[in-house]
Unconditional design. Sequence first.
Length: 403
Amino acid sequence: MSRSLSQRGSLQVPAEYSAFAPLGNASPRQVGDNKNGALDWRHEGTAAYLTHFVMGSSSLSLAGCYAAGTDLGQGDGFFVSHKNSGAGIRAIGNGGSSILMYLVGQSHSTLINGEVWKNNQGVKLFAKIGEGFGDGVAVSGSTTFTSATAGFTSADIGQSLSQMTTKGTLNVTGTIPSGTTISSVTDSQTVVLSNACTAAGTGLNFLIGGRAPTSTQSLFTIYDTNGTSKRYEFTLGKYNGLVPHAVQSNDVATQSLLVTAAVGQTSEIFTVLKDGNATGALSIIASGLMAARFGSSLTNAGNTANNSVSITNNGTSAHSLYITRASAQTGDQISLRDASGVLQSRFNKDSIFMTKVNAAPADADVNTGEAAIWFDSTNGASKLMIKAKQADGTVKTGSVSLA
């Protein structure tokens, strides 16, 4: 049985199979590295795709343009041997709110495994200037372009507006000419372009240039099991840990937590907020000093073997404790109270020592070389009382009668 041949690209195939033959410059032939696969494709063109699959609008939600499985073997599902300076794998999410990559780990295997060799960066995330949307509407021959979600503002005037894929139009060259910019903004949903659209389209994927990401732009986020409750997030400006977490040091010669201020920093270096309402309770200000607000206190609760507050001075000319009162202060500079919170002694706003202790301390409570002072407040016989323990341990007492 003879069959006629049809010429398609650089390959001759039987005529009845011509609908399946390669087109243009893409043909099944050796790629030149003497490592032939079941299919070898070599593309000599300067644009377009080596292989292009498109899912129809009626495709099922779990359908895939391309599937690679190893159910019958033990090899890798998708293998890339990268030899050039470009990207081994490049995936582009064009506009809209679709998920660019969705990984499901249903077994005990590792979801993502990466090997980082010397001088490799591991994972590098960086924010780009521009914002994409997936609901553009173009009218053939018109410069009017609309989007319900783009939120156009006057800041977009002069910025580029480009179509990212041919989604939304049957015109393979797209609808928005290359080099198109936004000439004017009609309202938040409508702009006038510098070039007329070459074809009509709806649901277009388009990119607005010039829109710089803010410091709150999310780069890496971890959610709870429901996929909506945020737990940890790295943004362009900072890291947010939204659940209690611990810092564990595995290096005895390195700080467990190191916070470094920027050169010339003016805002606080470290801040603790109270009540979940963004009210500062404790902070390290730009000068490196600690600032406590709202009656913040230091306590050794849970660790009674240590002092509540211990101050060690390493500067010979610096004060170990330095207290400066407010210009119109009415409260005490230092207030000493018993376990029930009852005032015992104090240094008032004018730095004058005062005591309400009216009973003598036990002899055992006075150390050798110490003197204790208290006040006998008996009506008509008030006295300033003194108890001391001299160098040999002998206790001495005295009083000063008050007229």
